[in-house]
Design a protein around this ligand. Structure first.
Ligand code: ATP
Ligand code: MG
Length: 707
């Protein structure tokens, strides 16, 4: 055998040896992968290490082979590269098995078999084909020119087929991964993703759907989709299917669905067709979101806006009415003593006065609703208020209704006007009584509560925090939702004409809101109602005191009073009341005229009695500008309303007389203010105190108890 041929044979032999060693290592690595996969009792880590070492050995051997093949023809080099390309990535085989190595429970053996063992096997077989090729070369069967070419072609084909199969496996793996990603998106979605067949049978139900509807998959799969619709709602499936069949999408379609247990929820749905392999529509997929919270907020916002508008309207009316009613009532008071006590005129005058007082009462309620009432907030113990009222409440509700009180012994204090809170409780209790014409149970309850965001999300605009809750619950006729949205509006009543004014709850609403609190109602037709009042907790503790309606003898005086009121009739009346009680009155119909009068009058002016809201200059501004020339003068403001602009706010310590006022209230207030003058005489300058301008709480008020 010629020298050259012998070298050729040796080289072939050497290549074959190297290739067979690689095959052995590959074989062993396959075994290792199988062992790891089957999860036998063996420790996984040494196996993985051995596999890595084998892979490194393969890489070394391959490099050595490349050097041998260097001198050979292109075809053999190509074959080696095609069959051996994968060995540079051999370490990757172990990677998908890592979860198994880390002992994870959610390891998918079937997927690992497809994704790890199969590609490994295909690579291994490619190499095996190459080894066959080398073997044929070495034993001489492939030496003839034709035979060799034939073998090369077949080997290349084999290797290619293996690699193609491997790509297909990889593609399937990618698809499977995408599908599993999609599946986890569907599973993790908080939206309900539900698939229906064309006849409406539920065939797919994700975890989000369990959350939205409250049914588990087991409970609904195979059932008709009508289980999710309220019974009174027409079936829209045929229309939906027709729309989808036309190729139109249904996006963010809002409707009402029903949870397990019958609770209605507002939902927004997006629907798309589900098609089979032939592009035929076989069902519909619905992505449904529960938008009940959003709907509720929108409703509350709309309601709040309507209440705001109503408030402004009623505020304006009530303000003007106050002045007119002061005039009517006041003139009656002046007229009455002049008339023969047993005569018709006296009785007529009495009637006018009564009607005026009734109207004043209504106006006050309207003002309460607008939150512009003159309030006297104090630190209060609601339990004490309820206990003091209990006897009267029992009388009001009658014998057929059982009154239960459940008062939290450790109840925190609140800050509110005691008289107004009594009014709130009375109104709620009387409403409850009217809702139980055949008797029932009425519960008044107090509790400390901490309100969190999950609550405030459904109760706009209440803020999270610590509150004292007062609830009044009845077992009466209840209300439908339509009624519930309107009950706080002034003049809304369902009672027959003459039975209710519809101002009860609007007063309650205004008082509570003006006190920084909130009121909510929960009711169902035929199932009773629960009204819950939340007032912010305060840290101070309450002093126990009864409401101060005391009216000690109000007398007149002889001091000089500067009266400023732009409303002519009211000014004239007040002048008469004052003059009739002995006072000397300087009268001005505007702030400008008042300044002029104060300048020109020679004697002392003891008191300025002025309206708060006047054109061009407010009462407080007037008082300020008179301070320089009349430092000794006390000030009493008259106002029926607290909706002042910031620039019109009286001083925090100012003395305020609520309109409409009665003669007695006016006189009492004047004496109170003039007494300060006496006190102040010992001090320097006048007795007008200055204090924190943010506090309205300290205003002294009177005149509210008339009616
Ligand atoms: N506890 C309740 N149960 C059922 N419906 C109620 C209850 N409280 C109030 N309502 C409804 O709210 C409406 C308004 O109540 P509101 O107190 O404002 O006025 P009213 O009671 O009708 O009249 P008023 O209180 O001025 O005499 C009532 O007419 C009634 O329809
Ligand atoms: Mg009422």
């Amino acid at each position: 055998m010629p020298e050259q041929q012998i070298r050729h044979c040796r080289r072939n032999q050497k290549k074959l040896e190297l290739a067979e060693q690689i095959l052995d290592y590959s074989n062993r690595n396959l075994e290792i992968s199988m062992e790891i996969l089957m999860g036998g009792r063996k420790e996984i880590e040494p196996l993985a290490m051995e596999q890595a070492e084998n892979s490194a050995a393969i890489a070394g051997l391959l490099q050595e082979m490349r050097e041998y093949v260097e001198g050979e023809g292109d075809e053999e080099r190509d074959l080696l590269e095609a069959a051996g390309a994968q060995w540079s990535r051999t370490l990757n085989y172990a990677q998908p098995l890592e979860p198994r190595m880390e002992g994870q429970r959610r390891f998918d053996t079937a997927a690992a078999t497809a994704n790890v063992i199969l590609p490994h096997l295909l690579d291994h077989n490619s190499w095996k084909a190459f080894v066959h090729f080398l073997r044929a070369q070495a034993d001489g069967s492939g030496t003839a020119e034709n035979g060799n070419r034939d073998l090369t072609t077949r080997t290349r084909q084999l290797v290619r087929t293996h690699q193609e199969m491997k790509s297909a496996v990889a593609e399937r793996k990618r698809m499977a991964e995408r599908l599993s990603q999609l599946a986890s998106i569907i599973e993790l979605s908080t939206d309900a993703i539900v698939i229906y067949t064309l006849d409406g049978t539920i065939v797919s139900w994700n975890t989000g759907a369990e959350g939205v509807y409250g049914y588990s998959a087991n409970e609904v799969l195979g059932r008709p989709r009508s289980v999710l619709s309220p019974p009174d709602q027409p079936d829209d499936l045929p229309a939906t299917v027709a729309t989808l069949k036309r190729g139109e999408r249904i996006q963010r379609y809002e409707t009402v669905h029903m949870r397990k247990g019958g609770k209605r929820i507002d939902v927004s749905m997006t629907m798309s067709p589900v098609k089979d392999g032939n592009d035929e529509m076989v069902g519909a997929a619905a992505i449904t979101r529960d938008i009940s919270d959003r709907k509720l907020l929108e409703k509350q916002l709309r309601q709040a806006q309507r209440m705001e508008a109503l408030g402004q309207l009623s505020g304006g009316i009530a303000h003007d009415f106050n002045n007119l009613l002061s005039v009517i009532g006041g003139y009656c008071e002046l007229l009455e003593p002049e008339l023969p006590p047993d005569g018709v005129l006296h009785r007529n005058c009495e009637q006018i006065k009564k009607a005026g007082e009734k109207a004043a009462g209504l106006t006050r309620q309207l003002l309460a609703f607008t939150r512009q009432q003159v309030l006297e907030p104090r630190v209060l113990d609601l339990n004490a208020v309820v206990l003091d009222l209990e006897k009267m409440l029992n009388r009001v509700i009658g014998e057929d209704i059982e009154l239960r009180t459940s008062l939290d012994r450790s109840l925190a204090a609140v800050k509110a006007d005691r008289g107004q809170i009594e009014q709130v409780i009375m109104n709620l209790v009387v409403n409850a009584r009217d809702a139980m014409p055949n008797g029932g149970r009425l519960t008044v309850q107090t509790a400390n509560v901490v309100v969190d965001e999950s609550f405030t999300r459904r109760h706009h605009p209440q803020a999270p925090g610590a509150y004292v809750r007062l609830s009044v619950t009845d077992t009466g006729v209840g209300m439908d939702t339509e009624t519930q949205t309107r009950i706080f509006e002034p003049f809304f009543t369902t009672k027959e004409v003459g039975k209710g004014t519809g101002l009860g709850l609007s007063t309650v609403y205004g008082v509570i809101r003006q006190s920084g609190g909130h009121i909510w109602v929960d009711s169902q037709l035929g199932r009773g109602s629960a009204f819950e009042v939340y007032l912010p907790m305060v840290q101070e503790s309450a002093r126990h005191e009864r409401s101060s309606a005391g009216a000690d003898g109000a007398t007149g005086g002889t001091e000089t009073i500067l009266l400023v009121e732009d409303e002519d009739a009211l000014r004239e009346l007040t002048r008469e009341l004052l003059a009739g009680s002995g006072y000397r009155v300087l009268e001005a119909s505007s702030p400008e005229k008042a300044i002029e009068a104060a300048r020109n009058y020679r004697g002392p002016i003891h008191l300025l009695l002025t309206d708060v809201v006047m054109p061009r200059m407010s009462g407080p501004r007037l008082a300020q500008s008179l301070e320089a020339i009349r430092p000794e003068m006390q000030v009493v403001y008259m106002s029926g309303y607290m909706g002042f602009r910031q620039s019109q706010l009286p001083e925090p310590d100012a003395i305020l007389l609520a309109k409409p006022f009665k003669r007695e209230a006016l006189l009492r207030k004047l004496r109170e203010a003039l007494a300060l003058n006496l006190e102040g005489a010992g001090r320097t300058g006048a007795g007008r105190a200055k204090a924190d301008p943010s506090s309205f709480a300290r205003m002294r008020i009177c005149g509210q108890t008339s009616s």
